[in-house]
Write a protein that binds this ligand. Sequence first.
Ligand SMILES: Cc1ncc(COP(=O)(O)O)c(C=O)c1O
Length: 355
Amino acid sequence: MKVHNFGAGPCILPPSVFQQAAQAVLDLDHSGLSILEISHRSAAFDAILAETKALVKELLGVPEGYHILFLQGGASLQFSMVPMNLLPEHGMAAYLDTGVWSTKAIQEAKLFGQVHVVASSADQNYSYIPKSFKVPSDAAYLHITTNNTIYGTEMFQLPEVTVPLVADMSSDIFSMQINVADFDLIYAGAQKNMGPAGATLVIIKDELLGKAGRKLPSMLDFAVHAKNDSLYNTPPVFAIYASMLNLRWLKEQGGVPAMEALNKRKAEVLYAEIDRNPLFRGNVATEDRSRMNITFTAIDSDTEKAFLSICKESGIHGIKGHRLSGGFRASMYNALPLESVEHLVEQMKAFEESR
Ligand SMILES: Cc1ncc(COP(=O)(O)O)c(C=O)c1O
């Protein structure tokens, strides 16, 4: 039976990426060596790192004046690294609270300075994106989470700010076109649209480097990683290699604009069925509905249980909602084909007919 992977992450990658990565574990480009045993100081890895960086630059249109870094520690370490590097000891940073990941980022930032939460959607279980708020002009930066993986909301409009804009794009990077110049720092754990877990992408404006104003451990200092071109220590060689393969695939598909068109189509197909089918309900504000993580509930818990078991029987994997939001969550990252979404919709229709 074909398995349709709607998991939230680590998530589906294209089959061709799995095949090439598997081959490279056995023998990297006929070198007689595995990708798992080559030196990170070798010419082979230099080429891999350079190509991965070039692909990020090309696919996202990263302008001059930014560094592209591949770090470790997941997006969660960025919750600390960002304030450590950008929030002066007696300064203040502004945060928009749109869900669990924002809350965690806020919690870490409080260890390093004052935090001003400009708005929060906690009052309605994070089912919408707050849109009218003021950002103090003396904030060191405004931090946003562009896609809320757990609650299923996404920001389609950026706040207008005069302070540096920092974005956690872990679950929607490479899924839609962005203007990198609108941001001063972007970070993302790789394990959604970039590659396997283990690497974290950071795109940082050069002028933010070395601005900490406090002593930092080398491994937590963006300036150290930038100066050493992500090779200050042993980087996550395999995760970067597999990310390169995935970004090559993305380019072959037509790049981010093609992905955006496909992601829009996939989301339309599923939301249309959620809205039509009397057994299901969408649970976030329509204008903020995520294209990456589609959250919905069944009309009651028996219906939910029954549909979950149908999903299991029909090869639909990873659709149970996060424990905090319940119901269902269909994660539809770049590599998930439209056919998988159509398969899910067919099961929802058949389920309705059977009740
Ligand atoms: C938006 C967002 N930010 C941060 C994280 C945490 O990422 P990591 O597990 O790489 O630390 C996640 C994980 O799912 C996420 O979805």
